[in-house]
Design a binder for this molecule. Structure first.
Ligand SMILES: Cc1ncc(COP(=O)(O)O)c(C=O)c1O
Length: 405
């Protein structure tokens, strides 16, 4: 069968692959614990559900303006002002079918074939693939060993005459790292000077722990003109636990926004009106669900760190936000893909190999499940890997014996 060369080169999303493996095992009745999920467990906010249900009840389910329904556009403008202290007009914002589509359509809008996009490792799995999907070239900047925050000098070195954009994701998936304000400040200044797009993927910006804050790049921006190349991506998936609603957005200069609207008008036309109504409901509704989620995740993070600290040979930089951590398992197994498959087979624990995020030797573990999932998941991993741990364990109601070295 003839498949385009480009499409053949696009990898499956590693996180979705692991989620699918988990689903199949669970359907077979296996007591799988997933530490691979990229979504909080809490229910969608009631305001989202009511707004969506009222649209559905009215039976008025049609195309919307590509940019988004007016109530959602307004809600995004208000969100930007409340959370970023940044006043933008409707011509600067656009709703999309998830932050993922915002990033894809943005790349479609700004990248020419062979343009380079600088991506900071560890990175979200989709960035390099999305860049490749528009014939761009991902350029990966790796941090020093044992660190998750890149050095400015390495970023500077990676930027050349073909560089069009730099993507920053802080709080970071997969490490949970929050980049220090000084680095964000330097990045803004550097991108303004070099006239390259600085894309802030802020999807986790409200999920930060220990009283810390993810600073806004706007705070450091000197260029407030229509030529500003600072672009902020956001969405309701993570902070509002609304992954299945598929609503994200972009805030950019007028020109970029207008072209992104053209691009979207030729691919999705618009996100579903029902889901846009739900997102507007969430953004305009009572906000304590976000803080409740943040607190739960902070507590889960603490439990995860306690459990991992009892694990000889595993090191983990405590995450400052998100619901991921990225422990280094290389003392047990350097090949993290092999390790993730081994843990799934022997311990029925689903993890995501760090290689997929540009962090070989690590596994990404999520702590957005229950406390039981976290403690039992880590206990099973320990049993499978640590010869010092007890030889037998219950997995579901099966007594399992470690009979490998
Ligand atoms: C860093 C990052 N950006 C964007 C997304 C996509 O979010 P959405 O569900 O809104 O498409 C994710 C989802 O995992 C993510 O981790």
């Amino acid at each position: 069968m003839s498949i385009s060369q480009l499409a053949r080169e696009i990898k499956e999303s590693a996180t979705l692959v692991m989620a699918e493996k988990a689903r199949i095992l669970r359907e077979k009745g296996e007591p799988v614990i997933t530490m691979a999920a990229g979504e909080p467990k809490s229910k969608a906010p009631i305001d989202a559900i009511l707004a969506c249900a009222s649209k559905l009840n009215a039976g008025d389910v049609r195309y919307t303006p590509t940019q988004g329904i007016p109530s959602l556009v307004k809600a995004i403008i208000r969100y930007t002002e409340d959370n970023y202290n940044k006043v933008v007009g409707p011509e600067h914002v656009m709703a999309t079918a998830g932050a993922k589509q915002a990033i894809y359509n943005l790349m479609m809008t700004i990248i020419n074939p062979q343009d380079e996009v600088v991506i900071l490792a560890p990175y979200w799995v989709s960035y390099p693939e999305i860049v490749k999907m528009v014939y761009g070239i991902p350029v990966i900047v790796t941090p020093e060993d044992g660190r998750f925050v890149p050095r400015m000098e390495d970023i500077t070195r990676a930027v050349g005459s073909y560089t069009k954009a730099l993507i920053v994701n802080s709080p970071n998936n997969p490490s949970g790292a929050v980049y220090p304000p000084e680095l964000i400040g330097e990045l803004v200044e550097f991108c303004e000077k070099k006239k390259i797009y600085l894309i802030m993927d802020d999807i986790y910006h409200k999920l930060v722990f220990d009283g810390k804050k993810a600073v806004s790049a706007y705070e450091y921006a000197k260029d407030d003109s229509e030529n500003s190349r600072l672009i902020v991506i956001n969405g309701v998936s993570k902070s509002y636990a609304m992954t299945g609603f598929r609503i994200g957005w972009v805030v950019a200069n007028k020109k970029v926004t207008a072209v992104m609207v053209n691009v979207a008008s030729q691919n999705t036309t618009c996100p579903s009106v029902l889901l846009q109504a739900a997102a507007a409901g969430a953004l305009n509704g009572i906000q304590n669900c976000v803080e409740a989620l943040r607190l739960t995740l902070e507590n889960n993070r603490n439990v995860m760190m306690t459990e991992l600290s009892a694990f000889n040979g595993v090191t983990c930089i405590p995450p400052d936000g998100t619901f991921y951590c990225l422990p280094d398992f290389s003392a047990y197994e350097k090949d993290d893909i092999k390790l993730a498959n081994f843990l799934l087979e022997k311990a029925l624990v689903v993890t995501v190999p760090g290689t997929e995020f540009g962090a070989p030797g690590h596994l990404r573990l999520t702590y957005c499940g229950t406390i039981k999932d976290i403690t039992e998941g880590v206990a099973r991993i320990k049993w499978a890997l640590d010869p010092e741990s007890p030889n037998e364990i219950y997995i579901g109601d099966r007594k399992c014996r470690r009979d490998w070295k």
